[in-house]
Design a protein around this ligand. Sequence first.
Ligand code: G3I
Length: 347
Amino acid sequence: MRLRCFAIVCLCAASLSAQSGTLRDAGAKYDILVGAAAGSHLLADPEYSTILGSEFSQLQAENEMKFGEIHPRPDTDPNPYDFAGGDALIRFAQQHNMKVRGHTLVWHNQVPKWLTEGNYSAAQLSAILHGHISTLLKRYALKVYAWDVVNEAFVAGGTMRHTIWYDQPGIGAGAGTKYIEQAFRWAHEADPDAKLFYNDFDAEELNKKSDAIYRMAKDFKKRGVPLNGIGFQTHITLNFSSPHKLKSHAKNMRRFAQLGLEIHMTEIDIRLPDASPASFAAQAKLYGEITKLCVQQHSCKLLQTWGFTDKHSWIPGFYPGQGWALLWDEKYQKKPAYEAVLEKLGR
Ligand code: G3I
């Protein structure tokens, strides 16, 4: 009997020490989820799924919950939605005790042709978007804990981006951020428990875009619009290593946190011009700094990379000649950046 207890204790200790080296366990000590954007078509690759399921406490569909993918046919079609990819990712997450973050309900990109070429009136577009948001939030209630409700609605100068939802006729919500407000209200109405985020890129630092987002967030909080947090995408280069930029990011996060908002770093990647040891070392240092910023900001509850292996990253396709932006290389080997993140999470 004694021997059996000893064996069980050893086994538990062994499995605990094996787990203590993962990003997810390290993040948990700070109440920080560590996530990755993922694709259901990649889950059949055992190297991919083993790392995703063991190292991360959250996943988010890189593409499969976007309008064009999940709602590829008009509502007049008997089967307007395609939930297969999103459902598969959710199943995987549940099997691996991971949370799921939803991405994204209102965006100018990856909108299907039936919508852009449909010549819909404002009333029709409004009904379509309302239906889309309600359908997803209700279907995935209790399964998706947080949503990027609106993505990238501002341009660099801090003015509104021209999108099918905003431009005339748009959804007919009115000027400025009214259409964003409407989307948040619809999302909250459909799933009052979901955490609702506004998400954008190049808004990490104090600049005109982050100022515009801040003004909107402050106004929403004042008027009780159901906004719970801000997602900073964090698609960056080594230029971000300057102390000035890092300080500016910390200050910016602080002002949003002071509004009572949760901060998520939602799409981190640090693209490089080459795969030299020097570039990998500089990248590791910057990943460490970004991790530290999240650890030091109490309201920062998510560190999520946009993919996790350089084998599957959007960067080379969109920035020819650049890449190597993630924590694992093309052969699923951990890079120095992985160790730097783990280190800053206190292992
Ligand atoms: O699904 C089609 C497939 O049917 C077709 O055969 C193939 C041929 O090109 O294209 C496939 O669609 C691609 C899609 O990814 C799914 O793989 C699109 O061409 C491609 O443009 C699309 O790229 C995605 C991009 O968003 C679109 O803007 C990237 O994978 C995705 O990483 C990227 O993610 C965005 C976030 O959602 C928002 N923030 C910026 C981030 C990076 O751009």
